[in-house]
Write a protein of this length. Structure first.
Length: 326
Protein backbone atom coordinates (compact mmCIF):
# COMPACT_ATOMS: atom_id res chain seq x y z
CA UNK A 1 0.00 0.00 0.00
CA UNK A 2 2.82 2.49 0.74
CA UNK A 3 4.61 1.71 -2.51
CA UNK A 4 1.31 2.27 -4.31
CA UNK A 5 1.30 5.76 -2.85
CA UNK A 6 4.55 6.69 -4.64
CA UNK A 7 3.94 4.73 -7.84
CA UNK A 8 3.94 7.90 -9.93
CA UNK A 9 7.53 8.53 -8.83
CA UNK A 10 8.74 5.06 -9.84
CA UNK A 11 10.28 3.89 -13.08
CA UNK A 12 9.59 0.18 -13.55
CA UNK A 13 11.73 -2.24 -15.52
CA UNK A 14 9.80 -5.45 -16.15
CA UNK A 15 12.24 -7.18 -18.47
CA UNK A 16 15.30 -8.06 -16.41
CA UNK A 17 17.15 -11.33 -16.88
CA UNK A 18 20.35 -12.80 -15.52
CA UNK A 19 22.75 -15.60 -16.37
CA UNK A 20 22.91 -16.92 -12.82
CA UNK A 21 20.26 -18.87 -10.95
CA UNK A 22 21.73 -19.22 -7.44
CA UNK A 23 21.74 -16.33 -4.94
CA UNK A 24 25.44 -15.76 -4.30
CA UNK A 25 26.72 -15.77 -7.91
CA UNK A 26 23.61 -13.85 -9.05
CA UNK A 27 24.13 -11.10 -6.46
CA UNK A 28 27.84 -11.01 -7.32
CA UNK A 29 27.02 -10.78 -11.03
CA UNK A 30 24.71 -7.81 -10.57
CA UNK A 31 27.09 -5.97 -8.22
CA UNK A 32 30.33 -6.62 -10.14
CA UNK A 33 29.42 -7.65 -13.69
CA UNK A 34 30.93 -11.09 -13.06
CA UNK A 35 29.57 -14.16 -11.27
CA UNK A 36 33.01 -14.85 -9.80
CA UNK A 37 34.03 -12.92 -6.68
CA UNK A 38 37.13 -10.77 -6.96
CA UNK A 39 36.12 -7.85 -9.15
CA UNK A 40 35.25 -4.38 -7.76
CA UNK A 41 31.64 -3.88 -6.77
CA UNK A 42 29.47 -1.08 -8.09
CA UNK A 43 29.99 1.09 -5.01
CA UNK A 44 33.75 0.69 -5.30
CA UNK A 45 33.74 1.65 -8.98
CA UNK A 46 31.60 4.71 -8.36
CA UNK A 47 33.66 5.99 -5.44
CA UNK A 48 36.86 5.28 -7.38
CA UNK A 49 35.55 7.30 -10.33
CA UNK A 50 33.65 10.07 -8.57
CA UNK A 51 35.26 10.51 -5.16
CA UNK A 52 33.27 11.82 -2.21
CA UNK A 53 31.88 15.09 -0.92
CA UNK A 54 32.87 14.31 2.67
CA UNK A 55 36.24 13.68 4.31
CA UNK A 56 34.72 12.51 7.59
CA UNK A 57 32.72 9.50 6.40
CA UNK A 58 33.37 6.59 4.03
CA UNK A 59 32.35 7.13 0.42
CA UNK A 60 30.73 3.67 0.24
CA UNK A 61 28.66 2.34 3.15
CA UNK A 62 26.73 -0.90 3.65
CA UNK A 63 23.98 -1.91 6.08
CA UNK A 64 22.27 -5.29 6.45
CA UNK A 65 18.99 -6.47 7.97
CA UNK A 66 16.98 -9.67 8.14
CA UNK A 67 13.27 -10.43 7.82
CA UNK A 68 11.35 -11.57 10.89
CA UNK A 69 10.55 -15.26 11.07
CA UNK A 70 12.62 -16.10 8.01
CA UNK A 71 13.83 -19.63 7.38
CA UNK A 72 15.99 -18.41 4.51
CA UNK A 73 19.64 -19.37 4.47
CA UNK A 74 20.87 -16.37 2.50
CA UNK A 75 24.30 -15.15 3.58
CA UNK A 76 25.79 -11.70 3.09
CA UNK A 77 29.38 -12.13 2.01
CA UNK A 78 31.97 -9.39 2.48
CA UNK A 79 32.89 -9.58 -1.20
CA UNK A 80 29.46 -8.06 -1.98
CA UNK A 81 31.09 -4.73 -1.06
CA UNK A 82 34.69 -5.57 -1.97
CA UNK A 83 36.99 -3.26 -3.91
CA UNK A 84 38.41 -6.24 -5.84
CA UNK A 85 41.61 -5.24 -7.61
CA UNK A 86 41.08 -1.54 -6.83
CA UNK A 87 42.91 -0.16 -3.77
CA UNK A 88 41.26 -1.31 -0.56
CA UNK A 89 40.26 2.23 0.44
CA UNK A 90 37.45 1.94 -2.14
CA UNK A 91 35.78 -1.03 -0.43
CA UNK A 92 32.46 -0.60 1.38
CA UNK A 93 32.39 0.04 5.12
CA UNK A 94 29.78 -2.02 6.92
CA UNK A 95 27.75 -0.30 9.65
CA UNK A 96 26.62 -2.75 12.33
CA UNK A 97 23.28 -2.86 14.13
CA UNK A 98 24.63 -3.41 17.65
CA UNK A 99 27.69 -2.43 19.62
CA UNK A 100 30.09 -0.13 17.80
CA UNK A 101 28.56 1.02 14.48
CA UNK A 102 31.91 0.28 12.84
CA UNK A 103 34.30 -2.33 14.25
CA UNK A 104 37.21 -0.97 16.30
CA UNK A 105 35.92 2.60 15.98
CA UNK A 106 36.25 3.43 19.68
CA UNK A 107 39.55 3.80 21.49
CA UNK A 108 40.52 1.00 23.88
CA UNK A 109 40.72 1.74 27.64
CA UNK A 110 43.59 4.09 28.50
CA UNK A 111 43.76 5.67 25.04
CA UNK A 112 42.30 9.13 24.47
CA UNK A 113 42.01 11.14 21.26
CA UNK A 114 45.36 12.91 21.72
CA UNK A 115 47.28 9.71 22.35
CA UNK A 116 45.49 8.09 19.39
CA UNK A 117 46.64 11.00 17.20
CA UNK A 118 50.23 10.55 18.39
CA UNK A 119 50.13 6.81 17.67
CA UNK A 120 48.76 7.39 14.16
CA UNK A 121 51.43 10.00 13.43
CA UNK A 122 54.15 7.52 14.40
CA UNK A 123 52.60 4.74 12.30
CA UNK A 124 52.19 7.14 9.38
CA UNK A 125 55.90 8.03 9.47
CA UNK A 126 56.84 4.33 9.35
CA UNK A 127 54.37 3.66 6.52
CA UNK A 128 55.60 6.62 4.48
CA UNK A 129 59.16 5.41 4.82
CA UNK A 130 58.10 1.95 3.67
CA UNK A 131 56.18 3.41 0.73
CA UNK A 132 59.24 5.39 -0.36
CA UNK A 133 61.11 2.09 -0.42
CA UNK A 134 58.53 -0.18 -2.11
CA UNK A 135 56.03 2.13 -3.89
CA UNK A 136 53.26 -0.26 -2.82
CA UNK A 137 49.91 1.53 -3.35
CA UNK A 138 48.31 -0.49 -0.54
CA UNK A 139 50.55 1.34 1.95
CA UNK A 140 49.05 4.65 0.86
CA UNK A 141 45.58 3.08 1.10
CA UNK A 142 46.37 1.99 4.65
CA UNK A 143 47.49 5.50 5.62
CA UNK A 144 44.29 6.96 4.17
CA UNK A 145 42.13 4.40 5.97
CA UNK A 146 43.78 5.09 9.33
CA UNK A 147 43.16 8.81 8.87
CA UNK A 148 39.56 8.20 7.83
CA UNK A 149 39.00 5.99 10.87
CA UNK A 150 40.33 8.77 13.12
CA UNK A 151 37.91 11.29 11.61
CA UNK A 152 35.06 8.78 11.80
CA UNK A 153 35.54 8.54 15.57
CA UNK A 154 34.02 12.02 15.74
CA UNK A 155 31.56 11.89 12.82
CA UNK A 156 29.98 8.42 13.10
CA UNK A 157 28.51 8.72 16.64
CA UNK A 158 26.73 11.93 15.58
CA UNK A 159 25.55 10.34 12.33
CA UNK A 160 24.09 7.25 14.00
CA UNK A 161 22.41 9.12 16.87
CA UNK A 162 18.79 9.48 15.75
CA UNK A 163 17.70 11.53 18.75
CA UNK A 164 17.70 14.66 16.61
CA UNK A 165 15.11 13.18 14.23
CA UNK A 166 11.58 14.55 14.83
CA UNK A 167 8.80 12.13 15.68
CA UNK A 168 7.05 12.64 12.35
CA UNK A 169 10.09 11.14 10.57
CA UNK A 170 9.78 7.93 12.59
CA UNK A 171 6.07 7.87 11.83
CA UNK A 172 6.87 8.21 8.13
CA UNK A 173 9.29 5.24 8.13
CA UNK A 174 7.12 2.98 10.29
CA UNK A 175 7.04 1.00 13.50
CA UNK A 176 10.56 -0.48 13.21
CA UNK A 177 12.29 2.83 12.50
CA UNK A 178 13.60 3.21 16.07
CA UNK A 179 15.00 -0.33 16.24
CA UNK A 180 18.71 -0.60 15.29
CA UNK A 181 19.32 -3.29 12.69
CA UNK A 182 15.84 -3.15 11.19
CA UNK A 183 15.40 -2.24 7.54
CA UNK A 184 13.35 0.85 8.45
CA UNK A 185 16.06 2.09 10.81
CA UNK A 186 18.67 1.54 8.10
CA UNK A 187 16.58 3.56 5.64
CA UNK A 188 16.69 6.58 7.98
CA UNK A 189 20.45 6.12 8.38
CA UNK A 190 20.78 5.91 4.60
CA UNK A 191 19.05 9.28 4.21
CA UNK A 192 21.29 10.81 6.89
CA UNK A 193 24.37 9.44 5.14
CA UNK A 194 23.28 10.85 1.80
CA UNK A 195 22.63 14.21 3.44
CA UNK A 196 26.13 14.08 4.92
CA UNK A 197 27.74 13.60 1.52
CA UNK A 198 28.16 9.80 1.36
CA UNK A 199 27.74 9.11 -2.38
CA UNK A 200 26.91 5.37 -2.33
CA UNK A 201 24.78 3.61 0.28
CA UNK A 202 23.76 -0.02 -0.07
CA UNK A 203 21.05 -1.80 1.94
CA UNK A 204 20.81 -5.59 1.98
CA UNK A 205 17.66 -7.21 3.42
CA UNK A 206 17.91 -10.94 3.96
CA UNK A 207 15.12 -13.49 3.67
CA UNK A 208 14.01 -13.48 0.04
CA UNK A 209 15.18 -17.00 -0.82
CA UNK A 210 11.70 -18.43 -0.46
CA UNK A 211 10.38 -21.58 -2.09
CA UNK A 212 7.51 -23.51 -0.49
CA UNK A 213 7.35 -20.85 2.24
CA UNK A 214 6.48 -18.06 -0.23
CA UNK A 215 2.87 -17.45 0.95
CA UNK A 216 4.01 -16.71 4.50
CA UNK A 217 7.46 -15.14 4.11
CA UNK A 218 6.75 -12.86 1.14
CA UNK A 219 4.16 -11.17 3.37
CA UNK A 220 6.80 -10.73 6.09
CA UNK A 221 9.27 -9.27 3.63
CA UNK A 222 6.78 -6.88 2.08
CA UNK A 223 5.76 -5.66 5.54
CA UNK A 224 9.45 -5.03 6.26
CA UNK A 225 10.27 -3.02 3.15
CA UNK A 226 7.05 -1.46 1.83
CA UNK A 227 6.66 1.54 4.14
CA UNK A 228 10.39 2.30 4.75
CA UNK A 229 11.28 2.21 1.04
CA UNK A 230 8.36 4.46 0.14
CA UNK A 231 9.29 6.73 3.06
CA UNK A 232 12.87 7.04 1.83
CA UNK A 233 11.67 8.15 -1.60
CA UNK A 234 9.21 10.64 -0.04
CA UNK A 235 11.85 11.92 2.37
CA UNK A 236 14.44 12.48 -0.34
CA UNK A 237 11.83 14.17 -2.53
CA UNK A 238 10.63 16.59 0.14
CA UNK A 239 14.25 17.53 0.91
CA UNK A 240 14.98 18.24 -2.75
CA UNK A 241 17.43 15.33 -2.99
CA UNK A 242 15.58 12.85 -5.19
CA UNK A 243 16.55 14.43 -8.51
CA UNK A 244 20.24 13.79 -7.84
CA UNK A 245 19.83 10.50 -5.96
CA UNK A 246 19.06 7.24 -7.72
CA UNK A 247 17.29 4.69 -5.51
CA UNK A 248 17.35 1.17 -6.98
CA UNK A 249 15.07 -1.51 -5.54
CA UNK A 250 15.65 -5.05 -6.82
CA UNK A 251 16.66 -8.59 -6.07
CA UNK A 252 19.13 -10.80 -7.89
CA UNK A 253 16.47 -12.73 -9.86
CA UNK A 254 12.78 -13.59 -9.71
CA UNK A 255 10.65 -16.62 -8.79
CA UNK A 256 9.12 -19.13 -11.15
CA UNK A 257 5.56 -18.20 -12.17
CA UNK A 258 4.45 -21.74 -11.29
CA UNK A 259 5.15 -24.38 -8.66
CA UNK A 260 8.13 -26.64 -9.37
CA UNK A 261 7.20 -29.75 -7.39
CA UNK A 262 8.88 -29.92 -3.97
CA UNK A 263 10.94 -26.79 -4.75
CA UNK A 264 7.86 -24.58 -4.65
CA UNK A 265 8.49 -21.22 -6.33
CA UNK A 266 12.06 -21.77 -7.48
CA UNK A 267 14.83 -19.36 -8.54
CA UNK A 268 13.98 -17.82 -11.90
CA UNK A 269 16.55 -15.94 -13.97
CA UNK A 270 14.57 -15.54 -17.22
CA UNK A 271 12.24 -12.66 -16.35
CA UNK A 272 12.02 -10.39 -13.33
CA UNK A 273 11.47 -6.76 -12.34
CA UNK A 274 13.24 -3.79 -10.80
CA UNK A 275 12.18 -0.29 -9.85
CA UNK A 276 14.16 2.94 -10.06
CA UNK A 277 13.38 6.11 -8.14
CA UNK A 278 14.79 9.58 -8.79
CA UNK A 279 18.16 10.20 -10.39
CA UNK A 280 16.52 11.80 -13.45
CA UNK A 281 14.75 8.58 -14.39
CA UNK A 282 11.31 9.07 -15.94
CA UNK A 283 8.64 9.00 -13.19
CA UNK A 284 5.79 6.62 -13.93
CA UNK A 285 7.57 5.04 -16.88
CA UNK A 286 7.39 1.30 -17.55
CA UNK A 287 10.06 -0.34 -19.67
CA UNK A 288 9.87 -3.84 -21.14
CA UNK A 289 7.30 -6.57 -20.67
CA UNK A 290 6.89 -10.32 -20.37
CA UNK A 291 4.33 -12.70 -21.73
CA UNK A 292 1.06 -13.08 -19.83
CA UNK A 293 2.49 -15.78 -17.53
CA UNK A 294 5.72 -13.94 -16.76
CA UNK A 295 7.74 -16.83 -18.16
CA UNK A 296 9.81 -14.91 -20.72
CA UNK A 297 10.64 -11.38 -21.80
CA UNK A 298 8.94 -10.33 -25.02
CA UNK A 299 10.05 -6.70 -25.19
CA UNK A 300 13.08 -4.67 -24.03
CA UNK A 301 15.23 -7.39 -22.49
CA UNK A 302 17.88 -6.03 -20.04
CA UNK A 303 20.58 -8.21 -18.54
CA UNK A 304 21.86 -7.74 -14.99
CA UNK A 305 25.32 -7.05 -16.42
CA UNK A 306 23.88 -4.42 -18.74
CA UNK A 307 22.19 -2.75 -15.79
CA UNK A 308 25.51 -2.69 -13.94
CA UNK A 309 27.20 -1.03 -16.94
CA UNK A 310 24.33 1.45 -17.35
CA UNK A 311 24.68 2.67 -13.78
CA UNK A 312 28.41 3.23 -14.31
CA UNK A 313 27.79 5.12 -17.54
CA UNK A 314 25.06 7.23 -15.94
CA UNK A 315 27.63 8.27 -13.33
CA UNK A 316 30.07 9.28 -16.05
CA UNK A 317 32.34 6.23 -15.87
CA UNK A 318 33.41 4.64 -19.17
CA UNK A 319 32.85 1.00 -18.28
CA UNK A 320 34.39 -0.21 -21.55
CA UNK A 321 37.69 1.45 -20.68
CA UNK A 322 37.74 1.19 -16.91
CA UNK A 323 35.95 -2.08 -16.31
CA UNK A 324 36.72 -4.15 -19.40
CA UNK A 325 40.16 -2.65 -19.96
CA UNK A 326 39.40 -1.68 -23.56
Amino acid sequence: PHTAGIVDDLCFIKSMYTEQVNPSPAVTFFLTGSEMAGRPTMGSWLTYGLGSETDNLPAFTVMTSVSKGTTCGQIFYDYYWSSGFLPSRFQGVKFRSSGEPVLFLNNPPGINRNSRRAILDSIKAVNEAKFAETRDAEIQARIAQYEMAFRMQASVPELTDLKSEPEHVFDLYGKDSKKPGKYAYNCILARRMLESGVPFVQLFHRGWDQHGNCPRDVRYQCEDVDQPTAALVKDLKQRGMLEDTLVVTMGEFGRTPKINGSLGRDHFATAWSASLHGGRTVPGAVYGKTDAKGERVVEGEIGAGEMFETFLEAAGIDHKREYHGG
